[in-house]
Write a protein that binds this ligand. Structure first.
Ligand code: NAG
Ligand code: NAG
Ligand code: NAG
Ligand code: NAG
Ligand code: NAG
Length: 310
C-alpha cells in the first residue's frame, strides 16, 4: 500500500481537529463543573457582612407590586446599639407590608453639634433619583402596631402621632416618624439648616407644611395607645444636647425663610453598604459644613458670653 502525500496530509489534518475538539470539550466540562461546585458550596456565611463601596448601593429589596419606593432616612451619630435593633426590625416590618424600601443611615461625622434637619436634607438629595417618598425616621422609635401603614403618602403622614407617641403629645408635634413624598419635601424647601443641637427643627418644619397648605394626616385605625404603639429604645442615660448659645434661642423660635434643601452645605466622605442581621442598609458618612456667620451656635465652645446656662 502506497500512501500518497495527499492521503497523509488528510489523515493528520482530520486527526488534529478531532484531538483539538476533544481537548476543548474536556476543558469546558471541567470548567463548568468547577463553576457549578463553587456556586453551590456550603461556604460558611457570616451574619454581619461589611463591605466598602465607593457609591451608594441601592438594594430595593423585593420587587413588590407597588411602583412606589421608600427611602428610610435615619439621622445618626454614635448609637450603635440602637441601630443594631432598629435595622432588622424595621426591615422586617416594611417587608411584611410589602413596601419597596431601602434604609439609609445618615451618619454625621464632623465635630459640630448634631443637626438632624440638615442630615435629612442631605439624605433626600443623595437618594433623589431612586425613591419617590421618604420616611424621616428616628433610630430609637420602633413601630409595634401593624396597622401603622408605611404606604405612599399623598399628604404628609405622621406615623408617630401625638396621641400615640410615648413622650410627645402636643398637637403640632410631627417628629419621630414622618412620611412625605418627594414633591412635597421639595415644595417646602426641605428642613431648616439652622438647628444645631437637639430639638425644634420639627416644629419649624410643621410651619413649612402649613404655609404650603399641606394637610398632615395621621393614623386613625389604631387600637393601641401611648404605651404600646411604639417601642422607644432611647436609653435613659443618653443626654440630649439642649444647650443654647449665641442668639440660638431667639433665632430658632422663628420660621426660617432663608435656609433649606437648596443651601445645605456638606461633603460625602463615603458610602458603606452593610447588613445587620437580615437587613441590608447604606451608611452615608456626611460631613456638614457650618457657616458661622449665620449659625455660630453649631459650636458653642466659641461663645464668650456664656449664655449656655440661661
Ligand atoms: C469649636 O471651637 C473650639 C474653640 O474655638 C475649637 O477648638 C474646635 O475645633 C471647634 N470645633 C469645630 C468642629 O470647629
Ligand atoms: C388601617 O389598617 C389597615 C390594616 O393594617 C391598613 O391597611 C390601612 O391602611 C389602615 N388605614 C389607615 C387610615 O391607616
Ligand atoms: C387640604 O385640605 C383642605 C380642606 O379639606 C383642601 O381644601 C386642600 O385642597 C387640601 N390640600 C391639599 C394640598 O390637598
Ligand atoms: C387595625 O385596624 C382595624 C380596622 O381597619 C381595626 O379593627 C383593628 O382593631 C386595628 N388593630 C390594631 C391592633 O390597632
Ligand atoms: C401608660 O403607662 C403609664 C406608666 O407606665 C401609666 O401611668 C399610664 O396610665 C399608661 N397609659 C395608658 C393609656 O395605658
Amino acid at each position: 500500500m502506497v500512501l500518497t502525500k495527499q492521503k497523509v496530509f488528510r489523515f493528520t489534518f482530520t486527526h488534529f481537529f478531532a484531538i483539538l475538539s476533544s481537548v476543548m470539550f474536556i476543558v469546558t466540562v471541567i470548567l463548568t463543573f468547577k463553576l457549578l461546585t463553587n456556586d453551590h458550596c456550603n461556604c460558611p456565611r457570616k451574619e454581619t457582612v461589611i463591605q466598602y463601596v465607593a457609591k451608594p448601593k441601592h438594594y430595593i429589596n423585593k420587587g413588590y407590586e407597588s411602583n412606589h419606593r421608600l427611602a428610610v432616612l435615619v439621622p445618626y451619630r454614635n448609637r450603635f446599639e440602637e441601630l443594631m435593633e432598629f435595622a432588622p426590625y424595621v426591615h422586617d416590618f416594611l417587608n411584611e407590608q410589602k413596601i419597596n424600601h431601602d434604609i439609609f443611615i445618615l451618619n454625621q461625622v464632623d465635630n459640630y453639634r448634631f443637626n438632624r434637619a440638615s442630615l435629612i436634607n442631605v439624605g433626600y438629595l443623595e437618594t433623589k433619583s431612586n425613591y419617590d417618598y421618604i420616611a424621616m425616621h428616628d433610630v430609637d422609635l420602633l413601630p409595634l402596631n401593624k396597622n401603622l401603614s408605611y404606604t405612599y403618602p399623598y399628604q404628609p403622614f405622621h406615623i408617630a402621632a401625638p396621641h400615640l407617641h410615648p413622650r410627645y403629645h402636643y398637637n403640632k408635634f410631627i417628629g419621630g416618624i414622618l412620611l412625605i413624598n418627594r414633591g412635597h419635601f421639595g415644595l417646602v424647601n426641605g428642613l431648616s439648616n439652622k438647628y444645631w443641637g437637639w430639638g425644634l427643627e420639627d416644629d419649624e418644619f410643621y410651619v413649612r407644611l402649613k404655609d404650603a397648605n399641606l394637610n398632615i394626616t395621621r393614623p386613625d385605625n389604631i387600637s393601641t395607645g401611648m404605651n404600646d404603639t411604639f417601642k422607644h429604645i432611647h436609653s435613659k442615660d443618653r443626654k440630649r444636647d439642649t444647650v443654647k448659645c449665641f442668639n440660638q434661642r431667639e433665632v430658632t423660635r422663628r420660621r426660617d425663610r432663608q435656609t433649606g434643601l437648596h443651601d445645605v452645605n456638606y461633603k460625602i466622605l463615603s458610602y458603606k453598604s452593610m447588613t445587620i442581621g437580615s437587613a441590608p442598609l447604606t451608611v452615608i458618612n456626611i460631613q456638614l459644613i457650618c457657616d458661622r456667620s449665620i449659625t455660630p451656635w453649631c459650636n458653642c465652645s466659641e461663645d464668650k458670653t456664656d449664655k449656655r446656662k440661661s
